[in-house]
Design a protein around this ligand. Structure first.
Ligand code: DOR
Ligand code: ZN
Length: 348
């Protein structure tokens, strides 16, 4: 039987929500992952260190008994964010990064940034103290086609920002295009990219062919096949600038299966099985540890985890629940559309 032992992985981009959904989903992450960067797009968003401290407590309180898991907190950048509060959050060890949502780009982003000039005092302070900025890299301009929003963001927002603040460390989150991959590869430094599990597996056909499939809809939306292949090449290359950020984003089914469904794909339960499948297909199982467990900690200035997890390849397909039941309703689990044979069998 084939087995694979890795340092315990971390998830560098995760939505845990709050209340009943948080309670229903957190075990799917803490089962396999040691740490995760927690997205702040709650209603209302996590905008101050006081909000982040309280949210961290709620996450820890929701953990299944016996699980050890470290939520790495972020602040939701607004045009009114106080640089002193951000610095204080960093100094106290509470805050790992600040998140930039262009206003209107995605779920609960209406309080995000409209005019980046207004956020410059905070961004300058972050550059000074070495606090990373995580970006949702899409423009929201109505004239720009939804499939081009990442490429246009790079040209019109990200590149000018990097020129203005070369010392600011930026994570381009959930990269979905070859343009994003090329841009990160060609950048001199201070830029890295996270890649989701689902963008390594689906292209835009998954959403639209044979009927509209809301459980494959997320933002940034999956692109053409050539982009998926570029993401696969980057993720499996071992290049330290690319690492896992699942963007696992639970929404209860009624909010996905309706006339205006929410963006988000819930991959926490089967992410490690999906990744082992993808890396094996690419003949890169030996690089899965770099992508899931090593590159992220280096980028965020943290030590990799001492514990390990072991995956085993089974002959029979591994069974995952179709849905995760939560107190707020069922959340559909990502279906990769092929059987999964790798299973996590052991964690230490
Ligand atoms: O698909 C997504 N879902 N993309 C995001 O950027 C946000 C997330 C969510 O919060 O549901
Ligand atoms: Zn996200």
């Amino acid at each position: 039987m084939k087995t694979l032992t890795l340092r315990r992985p971390d998830d560098w981009h995760l939505h845990l929500r709050d209340g009943a959904v948080l309670e229903g989903v957190i075990g799917d992450t803490s089962r396999h992952f040691a740490r995760a960067i927690i997205m702040p797009n709650l209603v209302p968003p996590v905008v101050t260190t006081t909000d982040a401290r309280a949210y961290r407590e709620r996450i820890l309180a929701a953990l299944p008994k016996g699980d050890r898991f470290e939520p790495l907190m972020t602040l939701y950048l607004t045009e009114h964010t106080d640089p002193d509060d951000v610095e204080e959050g960093r100094k106290s060890g509470l805050i790992t990064a600040v998140k930039l949502y262009p206003a209107g780009a995605t779920t609960n982003s209406h309080g995000g940034v409209r005019n980046i000039d207004k956020a410059m005092p905070v961004l300058e302070r972050m550059a000074k103290i070495g606090l990373p900025l995580c970006v949702h890299g899409e423009v929201t301009t109505p004239e720009v086609d939804v499939f081009d929003r990442e490429a246009v963001f790079i040209e019109t927002v990200l590149d000018p920002l990097r020129k203005r603040l070369p010392d600011l460390k930026i994570t381009m989150e959930h990269v979905t295009t070859a343009d994003g991959i090329d841009y990160i590869r060609s950048s001199g430094g201070n830029l890295a990219g996270s890649i989701t599990t689902h963008h390594l597996i689906i292209n835009r056909n998954a959403i639209l062919v044979g009927g509209i499939r809301p459980h494959y809809y997320c933002l940034p939306v999956a692109k053409r096949e050539n982009h998926r292949l570029a993401l696969r090449a980057a993720a499996t290359s071992g290049d330290a600038r690319f690492f896992l950020g699942t963007d696992s984003a639970p929404h209860v089914d009624p909010l996905k299966e309706c006339a205006c469904g929410c963006a988000g794909i819930y991959t926490s339960p089967n992410t490690m099985s999906c990744l082992a499948h993808v890396f094996e297909e690419e003949n890169a199982l030996d690089r899965l540890e770099a992508f899931a467990s090593l590159n992220g900690p280096v980028w965020y200035g943290l030590a990799p985890n001492d514990e390990t997890i072991t995956l085993e390849k089974r002959v029979e397909p591994v069974k995952f629940p179709d849905k995760r039941e939560t107190g707020a309703g069922p959340v559909t689990v990502f279906d990769p559309m092929f059987p999964l044979h790798w299973d996590v069998v052991e964690k230490r």
